[in-house]
Design a binder for this molecule. Sequence first.
Ligand code: R5P
Length: 293
Amino acid sequence: MAEAQGNIDSKDFGLGIPQNNQGYYLKGSAHLEWGMKDRLARVFSPATGKTVMLAFDHGYIMGPTSGLERMDLTIVPLLAHADCLMCTRGALRQIVPPTFTKPISLRFSAGSTVLTELNDECVMDIEEAVRLNASMLAVMVGVGSKHEALTVRNLTATVDAGSRHGIPVLGVTAVGKELVRDARYLAMASRVCAENGAHVVKTYYCDEGFEKVAATCPVPIVIAGGKKLPELDALKMARNAIDQGACGVDMGRNIFQADNPIAMIQAVKAVVHDNESAEKGLELYNTLKNEKE
Ligand code: R5P
């Protein structure tokens, strides 16, 4: 118990040594509050500044997507290898053990499915995100879509709610059938998310001009993988995105639809965190895949 008297006199004042004013390693995040920074540091490795998020929230708009029919069988074995999970509250409660201590990027907006018109969404209660111990809240933003204003309002409302609890927000740039995924559009959509308060932006890689998308987005960008590609092509996309300024991937189908998802997520991590080339990543993929067969 602390006593008022008889304590050793204070003596280590570090006189002459300026106090260390710690900076912060993620762009656009230096002025955030401690709780926000702590949560972001769970998502983005402080050692590399990067992340490999495993996205398996597809069912909320697509139903039982290939590779996600039985998430208890296909996703649970991948959990140990992911830096962060991007999932719905349903999947979280149904298949992710509460003993899993890594960060959750919670799918926070929902509404329409692929059978109707995407982006007609609302957002959840912030109390639910707090109950679920979310480290980040993911909100769809349909810039240029019919529901553009609604989705931007969803984003700003989520940023307001998240700010009250120190939970950062991931703006997810939605790309509808009618919109072209070129650098001009992706830069605009990403910037709209950041300007409206998103702490992180998820967008797509594009072959021409992605470095401009990353440069003009003042917060960290992660890329979605998109439709399943041959493994080498997916690794090349990750390599190029990182080289051009992305801070990681939020990848789903190119991991859980790979021939060997456990090998693939490790190959993606080698590219993102260890700076390996796509070709080295593929070598690792094949080695791990053959070990398991
Ligand atoms: C997008 O909003 C989806 O919900 C997925 O999280 C995202 O597309 C990432 O998955 P994939 O790498 O399969 O595109």
